[in-house]
Design a binder for this molecule. Structure first.
Ligand SMILES: [Zn+2]
Length: 258
C-alpha cells in the first residue's frame, strides 16, 4: 500500500502572529514543536510504507532513508561529557537530553549531577532576541537517519509453524523456506546534532541561513541583525553525533614482527 503524503512546511503552520510579545512567544514555542512533529509524522508514514514492502525492487515510494528528530522545548545538548565514575571515565562525547534521564552507557552511572557541574548545556530552544520583536530563536535537535532495509525476515521452526500458523500473516521468504518475511524497516544508520534558527514574522517561522546561525552560535556568539539574515527554507548546520558505542577504540601500535 502506498501513502500519499502532504509535505508540511513551517509556512503551512501559520498562526495568527502580530500580537503582543507574550502571545508570540507562546506561538513560536508551539510552532517549533509542530515543525518537528510534522517531520516525525512523515517518518511514521514512511515506516508504515516500508513495512508493506517485500523486496528491494519494491522500495518505499518515499525514499530509502528516513529521518526522525529528537527535540523538546526543555531539551538540551551537552558536548564533551566524560563519565564521572572513578573506575569508568568513559568519554561519552556529545549527549542530548530529551526527557529521558541520561546515564553512562558503559557503567550506568547517572549523569545529571555531572552535566550540572559542567554547566555548558546548550538549550534545544533558545530565544536570542531578548524581549524584542520579531522573536529570533536558535533551535538544536538530534536527527537520526534510518536506511531502508527490505531484508527483515523471521525464522520460524516447523513446530512453531504448526502451533501458530504465521503464513496467513506474512509471506514466505523465497530464499530460505524456513524464513518468513516480516516487512521492511529502516535500520538505524547515523545521527547528527543539528543547529538552526527561526525568525517569527507574520505568524510564520522563517528559517535562518546557516552562515548566520554559525555566527550566532560561535564562541563567543555574534549578534546578527534580522535584516542581515537570509530567511526562507534553508539548510541547518549539522555535525555527526558520535555516540559512545560507535567511537572506535584508540589505534593500537602494532609490534614489528621479531
Ligand atoms: Zn561510566
Amino acid at each position: 500500500m502506498r501513502f500519499a503524503i502532504a509535505v508540511l512546511s513551517a509556512a503551512a503552520l501559520a498562526g495568527c502572529g502580530g500580537g503582543p510579545y507574550a502571545q508570540q512567544e507562546r506561538e513560536v514555542k508551539s510552532q517549533v514543536a509542530q515543525y518537528f512533529n510534522s517531520l516525525n509524522a512523515e517518518a511514521a508514514l514512511m515506516a508504515i510504507d516500508a513495512k508493506a514492502t517485500r523486496s528491494v525492487a519494491d522500495a518505499p515510494s518515499l525514499g530509502r532513508t528516513m529521518n526522525t528528530y529528537d527535540w523538546r522545548i526543555d531539551g538540551y545538548v551537552v558536548p564533551d561529557v566524560t563519565c564521572p565514575d572513578g573506575k569508568c571515565k568513559a568519554k561519552l562525547g556529545t549527549l542530548a537530553y530529551t526527557g529521558v534521564d541520561l546515564k553512562c552507557p558503559a557503567c550506568g552511572a547517572a549523569l545529571a549531577d555531572e552535566i550540572n557541574r559542567l554547566g555548558r548545556s546548550l538549550p534545544m530552544f533558545e530565544i536570542r532576541s531578548g524581549s524584542a520583536l520579531p522573536i529570533v530563536v536558535i533551535v538544536r535537535y538530534v536527527r537520526k537517519v534510518g536506511v531502508y532495509d527490505p531484508s527483515s525476515t523471521v525464522s520460524v521452526t516447523a513446530r512453531t509453524q504448526e502451533a501458530i500458523p504465521v503464513e496467513s500473516f506474512t509471506g514466505r521468504d523465497r530464499r530460505d523456506p524456513r524464513n518468513y518475511y516480516a516487512g521492511g524497516f529502516h535500520r538505524p544508520d547515523s545521527a547528527f546534532i543539528g543547529t538552526t534558527g527561526f525568525v517569527y514574522k507574520g505568524g510564520e517561522l522563517r528559517q535562518i541561513d546557516p552562515a548566520s546561525v554559525g555566527k550566532m552560535t560561535a564562541m563567543p556568539p555574534e549578534n546578527v541583525a534580522v535584516s542581515a539574515m537570509k530567511l526562507g527554507p534553508t539548510a541547518a548546520v549539522e555535525k555527526p553525533l558520535r555516540t559512545w558505542a560507535s567511537i572506535a577504540p584508540a589505534p593500537t601500535v602494532e609490534k614489528a614482527p621479531e
